[in-house]
Design a protein around this ligand. Structure first.
Ligand SMILES: CC(C)(COP(=O)(O)OP(=O)(O)OC[C@H]1O[C@@H](n2cnc3c(N)ncnc32)[C@H](O)[C@@H]1OP(=O)(O)O)[C@@H](O)C(=O)NCCC(=O)NCCSC(=O)C[C@H](O)C(=O)O
Ligand code: MG
Length: 294
């Protein structure tokens, strides 16, 4: 995505970087972003090949407007440094760090990237997927030159805590809300976790609706079949667009000049709703104007 003013992040598809067919297919899909994965979906012996695939994919001319993110391996894994060298060479929009637990990890990767690609700024994203990551989410989001996005990894979070995968995510919700609050407190975008059962459209839609209601901007995805559903749930629906148009129009009337609160069809509308409505319309316009992938 090349508009960095108000990024739309409804749907972020993870693409295993060792899967050439998926790499080929991904730029033609209607998701807002691609998270090219070098971490858990790629076996240790395939990491070099996966990096070569990405170098090759990024060398091709590309019309896609998707935001491009590379998920690297943790630095202590022994793979992370080579992943960062690759990032400095191919210059994605962002590098996603998995399993971030402390603000120091962000600083270490930022320093390394600044040394490897001094003239370019590559944003950092932090995956929050361990108990310590959740507990420290606020300080991670607040880091100087810190992450632009927090992404939840609920598979790892469940593994580390013993919480079971259940519809409704009752026991995960408090932690998810903590992550949303941490991100929003520091102006950092928040993305909900993957949903593993990619053939269960109804279950996925329910989880998207829940994530949207919790305040997430979008969802990390694992399969192309999930894109339309995520776009629909996290994007502005026609009713929301027409409500926003009515609010903007009402506040722009001469009689609303100098007023901070108005009555619109029996509802109290404040200037904050006016600002919210303008943001929603700008996002809707951006989605509408975006060139459909071929
Ligand atoms: C889950 C999959 C292994 C399923 O793959 P497959 O069996 O190939 O599915 P389909 O036959 O239904 O695929 C249909 C076509 O779609 C393409 N495809 C599938 N997945 C992707 C994708 N992710 N990106 C692009 N294209 C994709 C197939 O190639 C087929 O194409 P065609 O040949 O034209 O028919 C697979 O979907 C998969 O590997 N998904 C991603 C897995 C992944 O990235 N895992 C890491 C992220 S999960 C995570 O982060 C968890 C987090 O850390 C946490 O802790 O929670
Ligand atoms: Mg994970």
């Amino acid at each position: 995505m090349k508009n960095h003013i108000a990024p739309v992040r409804r749907s972020l598809l993870s693409v295993p970087a060792d899967n050439r067919r998926a790499l080929e297919k991904a730029p033609g899909l209607d998701c807002d972003g691609l998270i090219y994965d070098l971490e858990d979906s790629v076996a240790p012996e395939k990491k070099p090949e996966a990096r070569d695939n990405l170098a090759n994919a990024f060398s091709q001319p590309c019309q896609s407007q998707q935001e491009q993110i590379i998920r690297i391996n943790p630095l202590e894994s022994g793979f992370g440094e080579d992943d960062l060298k690759l990032a400095a060479q191919i210059l994605p929009d962002a590098v996603a760090l998995p399993k971030v637990e402390h603000v120091g990890e962000i600083a270490a990767v930022a320093d390394m990237l600044a040394r490897l690609a001094p003239a370019r700024s590559i944003a950092l994203w932090a995956m929050i997927e361990t108990p310590k990551g959740v507990l420290n989410a606020a300080s991670i989001a607040a880091a100087e030159n810190g992450p632009k996005c927090l992404v939840v990894g609920s598979n790892d979070l469940r593994k580390e805590t013993g919480v079971l995968a259940q519809p409704g995510r009752a026991y995960l919700v408090p932690w998810l809300m903590q992550i949303v609050l941490a991100g929003r407190a520091h102006g950092v975008d928040v993305i909900d976790s993957v949903f593993n059962d990619f053939r269960d459209d109804a279950g996925f839609a329910a989880e998207c609706a829940q994530g949207r209601a919790m305040g997430f901007s979008g969802k990390m995805l694992i399969h192309p079949a999930q894109i339309d559903i995520a776009n629909r749930h996290f994007g502005p629906d026609p009713q929301a667009v027409s409500d926003a148009e009515a609010i903007v129009s009402a506040f722009e009337q001469p009689e609303a000049q100098g007023l901070n609160v108005i009555n619109l069809d029996g509802k109290m509308i404040e200037r904050l709703h006016f600002e919210e409505a303008k943001t929603l319309l700008a996002q809707a316009a951006m989605i509408f104007a975006r060139k459909k992938p071929q």
